[in-house]
Design a protein. Structure first.
Length: 637
């Protein structure tokens, strides 16, 4: 696990190119504090690398890594868990290896098989491969999007990096304007999905994609993996549960391959306890597990996590996230998010990553289970149950609105006045509703027409269920993985995600949704629940995850910060802001009349990002600690 960056100069490189990459390397030292490397061909390209040593701790694992014939150079961030099998295949074709890690395997696989190697990698990765004689740069990102990769195309060339602030800080990015589309997506979704980014002419490479650029400026791109929006299922019931259980068992064993100790995050839910249970089965050593509590409030899951840990015999560490710790972490959270990001579960994720890093360099997490096995019933039940209703004319559905609302009061936010399931689901994912957004930002761009994340107008329950799973995988999961990467790498911790192992992902696509989601009880992830029951008697039934009481924090330690950063302004990142509307939303929240947590944090996070990271007219506005803000007194629930 590491950080990468580099540039390809179309006209020809200079000493300034290498100096710029050295500066970008400095920005990602936390991603790889163990080693660093810079390579340049002295003509067009410079590649930078920061290493967190996990496999082959010797100098043989140093990057950038070059083939013996000097033809290819690679920088690579991630882990390919089937590297031993690939190494064996390459050895049969005559490749000789000098190291015991996976980087040399990745390099030689790309040199031998070209882009076809990408579809053979089972793991998480972001990489850049430079073909020296042909002067071509290949960028690629793993099939699930676990590892980020940003890039900027300019008339001078292409620059890429693991962190967005590397792109913003490169000389070629000077005077780039903010992207109205990127901001429009952030304010709706709370993050910016690939291929968009917050500045124009900058992008995040999409999961399962590659991009190739030559010094002549010609660009080619493609995908080596696409998550399906529909497949005909062939696994059901106990057969499905058994297959899922075995696939996860094998995935965890692969993810335990390491030359340093491995621990696990442990929540009070289903997924991370299942991962921990399989770690315990596969390991002869005591498994370190790490949990964050929230001082016994309604979001606190540390008691359930402790029950799992006791039954599994884990070496369990628990620490509490308090309002005081939230304020103390604020600067680090904003520092880690060099692109606007509004998922406030990054607070406990960063905290638990810091706790784990005191003991280990690698942890396994339970992310991905919800997205693969229909684990968000609060969002999923309504569109699946009432999929057929979207066949009816909209005026007819509107007439029946009162009756429909009574029917579904217990499970959510059905509003059959939406034109399609896609429209309904977009609303369920948006952090600020369209009416409020229009009041807050009169000049905000509409939803980008070319962004098709929520373009679905089907009404068959089976196809709708699979489209909903596709949407969770390509949309919401992206935000989750960005959060995990930013929080963990800020703490110099590698997080591996066995539920997103290639075998598990491909198997999940074969499972019938009815074997995962019980419409009558509202319980999802049934194969994972059954798999966990083979290890423990204890099991929780409401949706859990690492959470914090942001609702209360905005009334307490973050109250004064919000006032200073947002309320007393007429604009935010150059967009006109309705101060009166902001003040009303905040006052209603602090008085307890309504819960506006998601709206308020989305605004505050953007304001703090602007203060910390944003360049205007080519110059960094500020890159100072946010400690100039003073915390307000804590309030009682």
């Amino acid at each position: 696990m590491c950080g990468i960056c580099g540039s390809l100069n179309f006209a020809g490189s200079s000493d300034e190119d290498s100096a710029a990459i050295l500066r970008l390397m400095k920005l990602m030292e936390r991603r790889g504090p163990d080693d660093s490397g810079l390579w340049s061909d002295d003509r067009h390209v410079a590649l930078g690398f920061q290493r967190l040593s996990i496999l082959d701790l010797s100098p043989a694992g140093h990057q950038p890594m070059i083939t013996p014939d000097g033809r290819y150079a690679v920088v690579y961030n991630g882990e390919v868990y089937n590297f031993r099998e690939l190494r064996e295949d390459l050895s049969k074709s005559g490749v000789r290896f000098r190291s015991s890690g996976d980087t040399e395997v990745v390099l030689n696989a790309l040199a031998t098989w070209g882009k076809d190697a990408l579809s053979r990698f089972n793991g998480m990765f972001a990489l850049a491969l430079y073909n020296v004689p042909e002067k071509r740069m290949l960028l690629a990102r793993d099939y699930a999007g676990i590892k980020p990769l940003y890039f900027m195309l300019s008339p001078e060339g292409i620059v890429f990096g693991s962190q967005y602030n590397q792109i913003m800080s490169h000389p070629w990015a000077r005077r780039l304007d903010l992207s109205p589309r990127g901001l429009a997506l952030y304010l709706r979704l709370g993050y910016i999905p690939a291929p968009y980014a917050v500045l124009q002419n900058t992008h995040m490479l999409e999961p399962g994609s590659w991009l190739e650029v030559g010094i002549d400026g010609r660009i080619a791109s493609g995908k080596f993996f696409e998550f399906p929006d529909y497949t005909e299922p062939d696994l059901r019931g106990e057969e499905a549960s058994d297959a899922v259980n075995q696939a996860i068992r094998r995935a965890v064993r692969r993810h335990l391959i390491s030359d340093v100790p491995v621990g696990t995050f442990l929540s009070g839910g289903i997924d991370s306890p299942l991962v921990a249970a399989n770690m315990k089965t596969a390991s002869h050593a005591r498994v370190p597990a790490f949990t964050v509590g929230t001082d016994g409030d309604e979001s606190d899951e540390s008691a359930d996590a402790a029950a799992y840990a006791a039954e599994l015999g884990l070496d369990h560490t628990v620490e509490q996230a308090t309002p005081k710790s939230a304020f103390q972490m604020l600067d680090s959270v904003i520092d880690a998010c060099s692109e606007p990001f509004a998922d406030y579960s990054i607070f406990p994720t960063m905290l638990v990553a810091g706790i784990a890093r005191r003991s280990v360099k690698v942890v396994l997490s339970g992310d991905g289970g919800d997205e693969l096995f229909w684990g968000y019933p609060s969002r999923l039940l309504t569109p699946i149950k009432y999929a057929a209703e979207f066949r009816r004319p909209q005026w007819s559905r509107t007439v029946r609105w009162g009756f429909d609302r009574v029917l579904t009061q217990g499970n959510g936010r059905i509003d059959l006045r939406y034109k399609s399931i896609g429209d309904f689901y977009r609303s369920a994912h948006c952090r600020i509703d369209e009416t409020t957004l229009a009041d807050l930002f009169p000049d905000l761009d509409a939803w980008p027409q070319e962004c098709v994340l929520f373009n679905y107008n089907g009404c068959d329950p089976d196809r709708a269920a699979q489209w909903l799973r596709w949407n969770e995988f390509v949309s919401h999961l992206t935000m989750v993985l960005l959060k995990v990467d930013r929080a963990s790498m800020y703490q110099s911790l590698e997080v591996r995600i066995p539920l997103l192992d290639r075998e598990v992902v491909e198997l999940a696509c074969r499972v019938d949704w009815r074997s995962c989601l019980d419409l009558s009880t509202g319980e999802g992830k049934l194969p994972l629940r059954k798999a966990l029951s083979r290890h423990v008697r204890h099991q929780t039934h409401r949706k859990r995850g690492f959470e914090v009481p942001m609702k209360l924090w905005l009334k307490g330690p973050l109250k004064d910060i919000f006032h200073e950063a947002v309320i007393d302004r007429n604009e935010l990142v150059g967009m006109q802001l309705n101060r009166g509307k902001v003040r009303k939303i905040f006052q209603e929240h602090t008085a307890g009349y309504s819960d506006n947590t998601r709206t308020l944090w989305t605004l505050l996070s953007l304001a703090l990002w602007e203060k910390k990271h944003y360049r205007r007219n080519g110059y960094l506005i500020q890159n100072l600690p946010l400690s100039t803000f003073k915390p307000a007194a804590q309030v009682s629930p």
